[in-house]
Design a protein around this ligand. Structure first.
Ligand code: AMP
Length: 384
């Protein structure tokens, strides 16, 4: 990777066309950059009105690739679920930031655990297994209390099995089709889940956002609190871990490190996302520089922006399962009384399930105020 700088007027190419690509573009355009998104054949309704051009076509469509490469100066990703061969090919022709190896490692739990081991980052005990017999051995070695995860393609609790009993083990053996290796992790009795979103630019400058506390609902992120409610020593330890990760991957761009905090104050890495992260959406309104602007600055070689927070932000995810069926939530006058709310819709089609349709940031001088407003919105909108 070179240390080339891309000035305003240059074109950023994004592999992906979802809400992260949308918000990257919303940050890039005011800085003077052009943006081309290659959808890979996925839905592009989130970016259709927000980028200069969307290129459709799957990631093995050579004509789509040629068109994309012809137009872009620097390429980035909004997902780690990309074919490694495509990333290698793109990086041989144009500047790819973050680098192909970093995206491949963080898109594969087996490679990711190996990388974390190589840099000495604290993580839970794990085994990589290939056969039902190995799974059984790992289950016993991890004291019959573990989480099995597919090495690739899992997200938001999918491709995961919580194993506590012999029945769980048998259910996992029969559900797992054996196509892909499993990483079996010792169950972590965490007291809090949190994340650190950190940026590194081509000059090697590193800046972390304040630690974010994350609360999940049905395995999907529900609420993030920035800054999280942890002791200074925990925040410092998490920040150091995140800095070691970006440096170890020779990373350029924004990266999120998801962490478990133990009762002792020890911090363990759960996983790494090589892109802006849902838990970093609080920075959109809650910090001097958002994670999306920071990503654009990092990949273009500009100096990094100031990550300091404005007071406290509570981010509430808007998933497609929240809408009360019996009323139009926005017809409720209480909504307009939420003075601290900043709305972000992604222009996605409503679909049953838990599709991420948007988020709301409540930015207030105190956590109590931000939390109280987010709870009011939950009471107005949420079905459960
Ligand atoms: P992941 O897809 O790895 O982020 O896992 C989804 C969620 O499952 C995490 O946010 C945790 O709540 C839980 N989880 C995953 N791995 C473990 C583990 N080893 N121990 C305890 N809980 C876990």
């Amino acid at each position: 990777m070179s240390d080339q700088v891309f000035l305003p007027g240059s074109t950023i190419g994004i592999l992906g066309s979802g809400q992260l690509a949308r918000m990257m573009s919303q940050a890039a355009m005011p800085l003077g950059f052009k943006v081309v998104a290659w959808s890979g054949g996925a839905d592009s309704s989130s970016v259709d009105r927000e980028v200069d051009l969307v290129i459709d076509g799957s990631y093995d469509d050579e004509a789509a690739k040629a068109k994309f490469l012809e137009m872009v100066d620097v390429v980035t990703v909004e997902t780690e679920k990309l074919p490694p061969a495509l990333l290698q090919d793109i990086s041989s022709k144009v500047e790819l930031r973050p680098n192909a190896k970093a995206v491949e490692i963080t898109g594969n739990r087996e490679l990711e655990r190996g990388f974390l081991e190589s840099i000495g980052a604290a993580q839970t005990e794990f085994r990589v297994v290939d056969t039902p017999e190995e799974l059984e051995t790992a289950f016993h070695q991890l004291e019959g209390n573990c989480v099995a995860k597919t090495a690739t393609d899992g997200y938001d609790g999918k491709g995961q099995w919580r194993l506590k009993t012999a029945e769980d083990l048998e259910a996992c053996k029969s559900d797992w089709n054996g196509d892909c290796r499993l990483v079996v992790e010792g169950f972590v009795p965490f007291v809090m889940e949190c994340s650190v979103v950190v940026a590194r630019n081509v000059a090697g400058e590193v800046k972390a956002f304040p630690l974010v506390e994350n609360i999940h609902r049905h395995h999907v992120l529900d609420v993030s609190i920035l800054p999280g409610r942890v002791d200074e020593s925990v925040a410092e330890c998490a920040k150091l871990l995140s800095q070691n990760v970006v440096q170890g991957l020779d990373y350029v761009g924004i990266l999120a490190v998801e962490l478990f905090v133990l009762e002792s104050g020890e911090v363990l890495v759960n996983e790494i996302a090589p892109r802006p992260h849902n838990s970093g959406h609080a920075t959109n309104d809650g910090c001097v520089t958002s994670q999306f602007e920071q990503h654009v600055r990092a990949i273009c070689g500009l100096p990094l922006g100031d990550p300091r927070p404005h007071g406290t932000t509570v981010m509430l995810n808007l998933l497609s399962d929240i809408w009360k069926s019996d009323q139009d939530a926005f017809s409720n006058p209480e909504i307009s009384r939420l003075n601290t709310a900043k709305w972000h819709f992604y222009e996605k089609q409503w679909k049953a399930g838990r599709r991420k349709l948007g988020h709301v940031n409540f930015v207030a001088p105190t956590l109590d105020e931000a939390l109280a407003e987010s709870e009011k919105l939950r009471a107005i909108l949420f079905a459960d």
